[in-house]
Design a protein around this ligand. Structure first.
Ligand code: FES
Length: 158
């Protein structure tokens, strides 16, 4: 968990290194999210001030792009592919299974902070649809049972 100083430092570093580039807002937001896993609400005024934008403008961009999180992610992030090839191979059922197993919808985190769920649009693993990614590992031909197995393994290793 990043402490307050670490959080402020990540935001300040992102601003200092990127604010003079054209179209700096998105790179700054990406840099903050890469460092912290989300865009803290209290970083928005600082980013807005540095770029001479209103808080509403920065907040609008954070909420427009689903990629950006405004809450800390869970310990593990599950990305389920929703693109065509996976849909043709039953990703909708897999998606429902995952939502029900974790008890959350997309862009949410389980109450115990262990898992977040995000959609993704093609993982480049179409030949092994339906696919998903958990943290840095990708999985093909995922069934509900296989998902449960993987999640149970991760839970015991937490
Ligand atoms: S469509 Fe799902 S991996 Fe390509």
């Amino acid at each position: 968990m990043t402490d307050l100083n670490g959080k402020q430092e990540a935001v300040r570093n992102a601003i200092a290194s990127l604010k003079d580039k054209p179209g700096a807002l998105l790179p700054i937001l990406h840099s903050v999210q890469d460092a912290l896993g989300y865009i803290p609400a209290d970083s928005i005024p600082e980013i807005a001030k540095a770029l001479n934008l209103s808080r509403a403008e920065v907040h609008g961009v954070v909420s427009f792009y689903h990629y950006f999180r405004d809450t800390p992610p869970g310990k593990h992030t599950v990305h389920v592919c929703r693109a065509e090839s996976c849909q043709a191979m039953g990703s909708k059922q897999l998606e429902s299974h995952i939502k029900s197993k974790l008890g959350i919808d997309f862009h949410e985190t389980t109450a115990d902070g262990k898992f977040s769920l995000e959609p993704v649009y093609c993982l480049g693993l179409c030949a092994r649809s339906p696919s998903m990614q958990i943290d840095d590992s990708v999985y093909g031909r995922v069934t509900g049972d296989r998902f449960d197995e993987i999640v149970n393994e991760l839970e015991t290793s937490l």
